[in-house]
Design a protein around this ligand. Structure first.
Ligand SMILES: Nc1ncnc2c1ncn2[C@@H]1O[C@H](COP(=O)(O)OP(=O)(O)OP(=O)(O)O)[C@@H](O)[C@H]1O
Ligand SMILES: [Mg+2]
Length: 254
């Protein structure tokens, strides 16, 4: 189980997250939702270890993540940042192969198993035809799929995705959410930042709702997703109905 205890972090002395306590349920898909600037990316980066908290800790199965080496951590947990920076001139296959870096020996290149994992990730994300293209020559949505493929190739038990549906057309958004469910059925625990609240309710088992650096609610969608919450967190007047396909709550702005 991934737990966050008394987590406090800020930038240049300004506190953004103050004393957060969160439990990420193992083997589930958790959606992190909240308005722009409320601290979702900051939280995800702190969980992944790329930001150091001023107070508190993140533990996995009782083990403090900050005590692990980069390599060990990268075998346990992967992150797709909100705005990843593409190395200049790198090809699709090369970038996806970077997902295997935590498994390479000190002097070795990719093993056959590494190459198979990369190929499987390219197939799963529909990128085989683009494998030799330079990533910076791709469209926004194609590039986003390359980053998702890299995370797939990393093959970690915990996967953090910061707005993975950005740039994707609706068909690819649905495909991505279904891919997340497939990974989940293979035993992966996912934490995903989403702005589409209806997708969050439909595809995720657990919601963490944030506002101004605080946790307002954390529970299953049908227990927390209601009109009062949307008003309080997003200042949105909306009515809640049951999605007739998935039988999950969905909101319709008034
Ligand atoms: N590197 C930084 N230096 C200073 N302030 C920062 C930095 N990164 C984020 N912030 C501030 O921290 C707050 C939380 O930002 P964060 O990126 O975590 O929000 P978010 O919930 O992910 O928003 P969005 O939905 O727009 O992606 C914001 O007020 C933001 O301006
Ligand atoms: Mg963000």
């Amino acid at each position: 189980m991934l737990t966050i205890e008394n987590l406090t972090i800020g930038y240049a002395g300004v506190v953004i997250l103050d004393g957060l306590n969160i439990t990420i349920p193992q083997g589930k898909i958790t959606a992190l939702i909240g308005p722009n600037g409320c601290g979702k990316s900051t939280l995800l980066k702190t969980i992944s270890g790329s930001l150091k908290p001023t107070k508190g800790k993140v533990s996995l199965a009782g083990q403090d993540l900050s005590k692990l080496s980069h390599k060990t951590k990268a075998q346990l947990l992967s992150i797709l940042p909100q705005s990843p920076i593409t190395p200049e001139g790198i090809s699709v296959r090369q970038l996806v192969s970077c997902g295997r870096n935590p498994y390479l020996s000190h002097w070795g290149g990719l093993s056959q198993q590494d190459r198979d994992e990369v190929q499987a990730a390219l197939i799963e994300t529909g990128l085989c035809d683009l494998a030799d293209r330079a990533v910076d020559s791709l469209s926004g949505g194609q590039r986003q799929r390359v980053w998702i493929a890299m995370v797939l190739a990393q093959d970690t038990d915990y996967i953090l995705l910061d707005e993975p549906t950005t740039y994707l057309d609706l068909t690819y958004q649905v495909e991505l959410m279904e891919m997340m469910q497939k990974m989940n059925r293979r035993g992966k625990t996912l934490v995903v930042v989403l702005h589409d609240l209806n997708q969050a309710c439909r595809y995720c088992d657990h919601l963490i709702v944030m506002k101004k650096g605080a946790i307002i609610a954390q529970d299953e969608p049908h227990k927390v997703f209601n009109s009062q919450l949307l008003k309080e967190v997003f200042s949105l007047n909306a009515t809640i109905m049951m999605d007739p396909i998935a039988n999950k709550p969905m909101c319709i702005p008034l």
